[in-house]
Design a protein around this ligand. Sequence first.
Ligand code: URA
Length: 191
Amino acid sequence: MKQKKLDDLNKRIRQQFNDKELVFGDGSVNSLVMLIGEAPGANEVKQKKPFVGQAGGQLKEFLSILKLKREDIYITNVVKFRPTRISKKTGKLINRAPNKSEINAFKEYLFEEIDIIKPKIIIPLGNVPLKAVIDSELQISKEHGKLLQANIKGNIYKIYPLYHPAAVIYRRELKKVYIEDLIKLKDTMLK
Ligand code: URA
């Protein structure tokens, strides 16, 4: 039932963005935990799965701290294609952050995805998903590790924002607080 709804949703997304290589959500549709990233990168597009590249390595560590397997969670991105730009240095295509219009184009689809999965807790990874699910004024640097709430399509969800795994790779000083946030999540909210 949920899978059928998700397939129908993904079909509609494919119809709208038929010129793009898309990466849809992955994992258990019955999961209580839903992780939301920003947008896929090159590896994700190649393998057609979210969080399989470098950020995926960080995600593995994340899951091992929570004592969860990838199959136990549902993971998706706000924007379902890879936003790119041409590097001035190398002339090659590189990732960029999704812009406002790309985020807005996918927001309603994300709400539908949440409404199908109906997780117990939503974990936005970084600013893009945090702002997409709650409020565009919020900042991950202030909200990470706090239990918030959002009303999505008439249902109230627990929201527990965390830094994006890639931010933890580039800013090593975030690692300690990231682990503390994860332990808090495991000890209090996933019980
Ligand atoms: N970063 C994201 O936000 N999502 C992915 O799927 C991969 C990297």
